[in-house]
Ligand binder design. Structure first.
Ligand code: PMP
Length: 435
């Protein structure tokens, strides 16, 4: 009998006992191919010897020092490395312990920025329908996922939602990608005007939508247009790369492929690689300077921020991610996964779309391929596929049955970046069999 309140109460979970590379073994001796990296977390694979060595070295020296009193070489080195890898202008780093904390800190940073520069009336947050940005109250309010929000209404911050860039379902059949991007930018502009341009604080979006849509990248120029609208009205652009960042899509930062530089970017999952709980917010000099020249502090903090063991671990994880051979493998194995899935499932009447970037791939399941009609949400097709895949020794990340106008069942695949061709082929075989 379990004494743990698990997310899903009822089913008995296998007990994970050990893990190596792309495989997890349970206490009964079953081996599972970790095709989703947990939830797109295990970036460099399980039990990577270099990461374990970096962790051990830090543990032997220093496990904790509160950031009110000390900084550490580990935290400073991680920040330096992230700034060197980030798009130009994201010059400062705020370390936290996970994705929701990163989003929460980003929102408060944006809010405090406007207070510091004498525009405290800017308070509205605009995000996108169906999005997920975390489970803490501010991050949950920012997310537009009705299913996750409904039990907790009313949620505190003033958030508003516009359409995501979701070409498979929302681009008109005769509409060009360019016209679609313009339509979405117009929608964002209309929302800003409706709320009052002087009162909008930030627009928040994932460059490649992970958990809620299943690896949906935007059409060309969408983010360029979003950036232009934000600039026109003085609205900060916050990109949430908690799931899609840190090499997952084939570049260290996902937004590099969208040719857009945000004011604030959040990262987490792949940064800790599953070894340590860690997240980070990267911010522009403009925001940092407003604090430095204003009140002289960022009015925020948690006990475990900048944890030295987490920082030393992430430093090694990022070093491995940024190696050309790692990113080359993400791109090569990502293409192999996409092509293989298309070859095996492309003609299936129940597979509407196979998409994504790098080792971040999504399969959208439909009841009718021609009309794109989704399965009845009550059938919970995504959850059934997760179970069938697990019975075949494959971990996949399902989502579906939404209730806010965007329907569909998706399976997200996000294996570790060190995966080899044979295991990619095994993912394709097992997920196809499960579907
Ligand atoms: N933002 C995005 C885009 C996410 O995918 C997630 C987690 N799925 C979060 C934020 C929250 O991260 P965490 O679970 O580490 O709090």
């Amino acid at each position: 009998m379990t004494r743990i309140l698990h997310r899903s109460i009822g089913p008995t979970l296998p007990h994970a006992a050990s893990a190596q590379g792309v495989y997890i073994t349970d206490t009964a001796g079953h081996r599972y191919l970790d095709a989703s990296g947990g939830a797109a977390v295990t970036s460099v694979g399980h039990a990577h010897p270099e990461v374990l060595a970096a962790m051990r070295a830090q543990i032997d020296n220093l496990c904790y020092a509160h950031t009110s009193f000390f900084t550490t070489d580990a935290a400073e080195a991680l920040a330096e490395k992230l700034v060197n890898l980030a798009p130009e202008g994201l010059n400062y780093v705020y370390l936290v312990s996970g994705g929701s904390e990163a989003v929460e800190a980003a929102l408060k940073m944006a809010r405090q920025y406007f207070v510091e520069i004498g525009a405290p009336q800017r308070r509205h947050i605009i995000a996108r329908r169906q999005s997920y940005h975390g489970n803490t109250i501010g991050a949950l309010a920012t997310g537009g996922n009705a299913m996750r929000r409904k039990q907790f209404q009313p949620i505190l911050p003033e958030t508003h939602h516009v359409s995501p860039c979701y070409a498979y379902r929302e681009k008109g059949a005769d509409e060009s990608p360019e016209a679609y991007a313009i339509r979405l930018a117009d929608e964002l502009e209309a929302k800003i005007l409706e709320l009052g341009p002087e009162e909008v604080m930030a627009f928040v979006a994932e460059p490649v939508v992970g958990a809620t849509l299943g690896a949906v990248a935007s059409v060309a120029d969408y983010f360029k247009r979003v950036r232009a609208i934000c600039d026109k009205y003085g609205v900060l652009l916050i990109l949430d790369e908690v799931m899609c960042g840190m090499g997952r899509t084939g570049t260290v930062f996902a937004c590099e492929q969208d040719n857009v530089i945000p004011d604030i970017v959040t990262i987490a999952k792949g940064l800790g690689g599953g070894y340590q709980p860690i997240g980070a917010v990267m911010l522009s000099g403009k925001i940092y300077d407003s604090f430095a020249n204003g009140s002289g502090l960022f009015q925020h903090g948690h006990t475990y921020i900048g944890h030295p063991v987490a920082a030393a671990t992430a430093n090694k994880v990022v070093e491995i991610i940024a190696r050309p051979e790692t990113l080359a493998n993400v791109n090569a194995m990502g293409a192999r996964l996409q092509n293989g899935l298309e070859a095996v499932l492309g003609a299936s009447p129940y597979v509407g779309d196979i998409r994504g970037r790098g080792l971040f791939r999504g399969i959208e399941l439909v009841a009718d391929r021609d009309t794109k009609a989704p399965f009845d949400p009550s059938r919970k097709i995504h959850a059934k596929i997760k179970r069938h895949a697990m019975a075949r020794g494959l971990i996949s990340y399902p989502m579906g049955g939404t209730i806010d106008g965007i329907h569909g069942d998706h399976i997200l695949l996000a294996p570790p970046y060190i995966i080899e061709a044979d295991d990619v082929d095994l993912i394709i075989e097992r997920i196809a069999d499960a579907i």
